[in-house]
Design a binder for this molecule. Structure first.
Ligand SMILES: *Cc1c(COP(=O)(O)O)cnc(C)c1O
Length: 436
């Protein structure tokens, strides 16, 4: 039997069949059609609890976990976040509208993005957004002006660029200075925007934010970021007397797409970051700010799986084998965008030898429409077979497109042996209806 990498504990094999959250994937494909996004609700809840528990423990009962909802934004997920006591990040009026429809209190939300429009700012304020995470000076003044117009005082964090390169694990003093996000400490802009924020009448500066990157496996990155940010907080205190109440360390913890990637122990990591922060604050003689983390991917990624049905199988002798599926870059753009690795295998017949290497490709008119290259599959994989792509809960549905007028798949939630539709399958009529 071929070694099947069970990269997350919600994947199992029974009688040669692939189960997800304990449910038969071939049967789910049959019931809901393909392509379909499956989401394991219990896994999502478990991840939220891991973050909340670790943060509480690390920071003496204080601290926040904010779900970065751009990873996967739909009504049901915000209901789950509300039930779990998670804060959230939003990045657009569209996400805010979804949050409101879910009955999630917007006062627990942080509004990110490097370019919020005036309409976004007004909409967020009208609906009582908790915080703006202000990216730059121009935006600071736009938020101030809107808050003045509406006669409110708006809480904000300032997004600071700490100059950390998460991919080489080295502090690169100029590497991130040219980022489109935030104000860099290196250039003096971070200090400048802080002083300016403190002068604004309708702004309450709650503290600072940074986000070093995504799919990060080395917790050292968070220690470095915390180090730089706490030093900045201490510097600002000395220069202005201002004491930051909150420090938001962003998201980015990596997840397992393939067996070669490690599984991060989130709890251990956060406890380590907590200890570092408490020691560092003592050393700098500043009080420990309320710490926030903003996990996106690591909350939902391995709670997701996509099922496809195989269409044409093309074997080009001496060259390459192609297995085409009924989805592609429209529901999974991550290989096309980042060359991301994935684990794929059939929903049944898992005893067969995986004796063929193939590219699993989509149905779009684009050569780059590839889910993954060099995938081991059984030789006799054929039209009508269901195959699963693992770890598709983050940045799949939320990045889906309608290229080639392909409707987006539904999201089917799995919970305690039951399943239900959280987002229905898009219809071609949904698309045509926009045409006037
Ligand atoms: C994208 C993003 C996150 C979440 O990142 P993940 O890698 O999904 O955990 C958190 N904070 C900010 C500001 C982001 O832009």
């Amino acid at each position: 039997m071929t070694q099947i990498p069970l990269i997350c504990n919600n994947i199992s094999i029974e009688n040669d069949r692939l189960l997800f959250a304990g449910q038969d994937t071939a049967e789910l494909a049959n019931q809901y059609g393909t392509p379909v996004y499956l989401m394991d609700e219990n896994r999502i809840r478990e991840r939220c609890r891991t973050y909340l528990g670790a943060i509480k423990q690390a920071f003496g009962g204080k601290g926040k976990a904010l779900y970065a909802s751009k990873a996967s934004s739909f009504k049901r997920i915000y209901e789950i976040m509300k039930e779990e006591g998670m804060g959230i990040d939003v990045v657009s009026s569209g996400e805010i509208c979804t949050v409101l429809k879910a009955g999630y209190p917007l006062s627990n939300a942080y509004f990110h993005s490097n370019n919020k429009t005036d309409a976004d700012i007004a909409y967020a304020m009208d609906n009582g957004i908790g915080y703006f995470v202000v990216d730059n000076t121009e935006e600071l003044l736009a938020v101030q002006a809107m808050a003045a117009k509406k006669g409110i005082r708006q809480k904000i964090l300032l997004r600071i660029t700490p100059g950390i390169d998460p991919h080489t694990y080295a502090a690169v003093s100029t590497g991130k200075v040219d980022s489109k996000f935030g104000s860099a400490i290196e250039t003096g802009m971070a200090e400048e925007i802080t002083k300016l924020a403190l002068l604004q009448e309708n702004i309450i500066l709650s503290g600072f934010h940074c986000h070093v990157g995504s799919q990060v496996f080395d917790s050292d990155v968070y220690l470095r970021a915390a180090d730089v940010m706490l030093t900045f907080i201490s510097d600002i205190k000395q220069k202005t007397g201002y004491v930051a109440e909150e420090l938001d360390l962003g998201g980015g913890y990596g997840v397992r797409y393939v067996a070669e990637q490690p599984e991060i122990d989130i709890r251990e990591n956060i406890l380590g970051v907590g200890k570092f922060i408490i020691d560092k604050c003592a050393q700098l003689n500043i009080s420990v700010p309320e710490i926030a983390f903003e996990p996106g991917r690591s909350i939902v990624a391995d709670a997701g799986m996509t099922l496809y049905t195989v269409g044409s199988v093309k074997k080009i002798p001496g060259y390459k084998n192609y297995v085409s599926v009924d989805g592609g870059m429209t529901d999974n753009v991550r290989f096309a965008m980042y060359g991301s690795p994935y684990t794929l295998f059939p929903a049944k017949g898992l005893h067969r030898p995986f004796d063929m290497r193939c590219s699993v490709v989509g149905r779009c008119c684009e050569s780059g429409d590839i889910i993954q290259n060099n995938v081991p599959m059984p030789q006799d994989i054929k039209r009508g077979d269901v195959i699963a792509c693992l770890t598709t809960g983050a940045y799949h549905y939320s990045m889906a497109s309608n290229y080639n007028r392909i409707p987006r798949p539904p999201i089917v939630m799995l919970k305690d042996g039951e399943s239900y539709v959280a987002v229905r399958r898009e219809k071609v009529e949904d698309l045509v209806n926009l045409d006037v």
